[in-house]
Ligand binder design. Structure first.
Ligand code: SF4
Ligand code: SF4
Length: 528
């Protein structure tokens, strides 16, 4: 070995060497971590000696660890005299992420191979999925709900349960217990058998009409991460995707929200109740359970620390995620473990808070995507997102844009949820959006609370909204056309229910729909 290192050292500065066998992958990871640098000098190299047996598998292991630790294969030389080493390196690289094959030291000389072109199909094939309707998320993902329930993903209908159908939550189960729970084993078994689980109907119905479902989007994301080598048996794998709805602690009480997702909404509901009915009531339970991220008695954050090594994607929503300081401590821990560079983060925020303390944390991560939940402008915004201040939100967005200029890993999105209150006013929202220079605009259709879904508008209101949507001259008119079609092709609650719901809330909050939304009030026959 020393002779070979001496020979390579005539060309490169060798930082370290490692003998890879079939049994020392963990030691390999430690070796690579010890030699990780944010930037290598052009002549610096790591050298990995390969045993002659099972060379393809060893190359895949090496490439996976390089990817996980974020070391470019350009800086690695593999040593092997195997007759097929060149072909093996090309074939391992072709199913990966990094186009640059490993440099080879063979028969006393260095061999540089040409770059390998990856096709989409190569990368998808590298995941080695057992069948065409397979979803990886029940193996590698976990979602927490605002009140602490667990699911394998946000799109599935059913929460994780034990064999007696009892829900497992952050209050009563560990992450391992969730991943190995009865319902998860059953779900994984169904996917392995090529079935389409009923609980996943949201994905199947999207795919039936030719749209990309969460299942497909996840595969797209995953294949571009270059992840391979996963054995899709019935056992759960290390967590890669974690979607944390960080409780229901929120400073707003948006019209389209409820006690399940907002502590301010729950507090308002509780105050409406006679004192003696409050204990054990729905909003009270949501308030208690929804504070779970700050509950020091729960071991959730410690538990999550033991599942961090393969995390590649973290999603934080709420409540309002920027109010949960505990998640910044978790992110700092990922930085301290040198894992941040391999992790992408996504936030959904209401935009009312600029978390200054996050600036020095976010810069360490691979990418940070911040999506602002903004559905209207000016006084309409303040009516719909009660307790929010439009001016302050705009000031914050300016701050976020400055941060995007300073760091090169931040992108900003707007996520506008289309509902009964804003559907007539999407043009003015679109105009504001187009002035903001967001990296991405997402028009999200509200489905879950039927009284707020645009299908619940009265026929007169639908006519007004339809005409505005189809005659829109905005840059988003194609999206608006789809909104118009959806609105006209389904039904919602009755006009009486709609008006009663709005009136009740207006009365409670001292608001009047007609002040900020006069056309909508007239169209639904609302008299305050
Ligand atoms: S198929 Fe869809 S709903 Fe089911 S686990 Fe996968 S992403 Fe979630
Ligand atoms: S900001 Fe989000 S969580 Fe808070 S009240 Fe509004 S919709 Fe609910």
């Amino acid at each position: 070995m020393k002779d070979i290192i001496d020979k390579i050292s005539q060309t490169y500065n060798v930082l370290g060497s490692f003998q890879l066998t079939n049994t020392n992958a963990i030691e390999l990871r430690n070796f690579l971590k010890d030699n990780y640098r944010e930037a290598y000098k052009p002549d610096e190299r790591l050298v990995v000696f390969l045993n002659d047996d099972n060379i393809e598998q060893m190359l895949l292991t090496l490439l996976d660890h390089l990817l996980g630790i974020d070391i470019g294969s350009y800086f690695v030389i593999v040593v092997s005299n195997n007759d097929n080493i060149e072909q093996s390196v090309i074939s391992a690289t072709s199913t990966g992420y990094d186009k640059q094959p490993l440099e080879i030291f063979k028969n006393n000389s260095l061999i540089k191979l040409d770059e390998v072109e990856h096709t989409n199909n190569d990368r998808l094939a590298s995941l080695k999925l057992p069948n065409s309707t397979f979803c990886v998320l029940p193996w590698i993902s976990l979602e927490t709900s605002p009140v602490g329930g667990y699911k394998p993903c946000c799109n599935i209908f059913e929460e994780i349960t034990d064999e007696d159908n009892n829900p497992l939550t952050v209050h009563n189960a560990t992450i391992d217990e969730c991943q190995n729970a009865f319902s998860m084993n059953k779900l994984r078994e169904e996917f392995l058998q090529g079935k389409k689980p009923v609980a996943c109907n949201r994905c199947w119905s999207e795919e039936d009409v030719g749209r990309n479902s969460k299942r497909i989007n996840t595969l797209e994301r995953m294949k571009d991460m270059g992840i391979r080598n996963i054995q899709w048996d019935n056992k759960p794998k290390n967590l890669m995707f974690v979607d944390l709805k960080l409780g229901n602690i929120c400073n707003l009480k948006c019209r389209i929200c409820g006690s399940y997702s907002s502590s301010t909404y729950a507090t308002e509901e509780l105050k409406q109740m006679p004192y003696e009915e409050r204990k054990g009531s729905y909003p009270k339970i949501q308030l208690v359970n929804g504070a779970w991220p700050r509950n020091k008695e729960l071991s959730f954050w410690d538990d999550l620390r033991n599942h961090t090594y393969d995390i590649r994607y973290l999603e934080f929503t709420g409540g309002e995620p920027f109010m949960i300081k505990e998640h910044f401590e978790f992110l700092q821990m990922l930085i301290d473990l040198h894992l941040a560079h391999q992790i992408e983060i996504h936030y959904n925020t209401n935009g009312t808070i600029y978390p200054k303390e996050a600036e020095h944390i976010w810069l360490h991560f691979k990418h940070v995507e911040i999506a602002f939940s903004i559905d209207a402008v000016g006084d309409k915004f303040e009516y719909q997102r009660t307790e929010a201040n439009w001016e302050k939100v705009n000031e914050n967005i300016i701050q976020f844009k400055k941060l995007r200029e300073e760091l090169n890993n931040i992108s900003l999105q707007v996520c506008s949820t289309i509902n009964i209150f804003n559907v007539m006013y999407l043009d003015e929202l679109a105009e504001w959006i187009d002035q903001q220079d967001f990296d991405y605009v997402h028009w999200n259709m509200l489905h879950t609370a039927l009284q707020h879904c645009i299908t619940s508008l009265t026929p007169e209101a639908k006519d007004v909204a339809y005409s505005r949507l189809v005659n829109s001259q905005s840059n988003h008119k194609e999206a608006f056309q789809r909104v118009a079609d959806f609105m006209m092709n389904a039904e919602g609650v009755s006009a009486e229910e709609l008006i009663a719901d709005i009136s009740k809330m207006d009365l409670r909050r001292g608001h009047n729909l007609a002040s900020a939304h006069p056309e909508l009030a007239v169209a639904i026959g609302y008299n305050g």
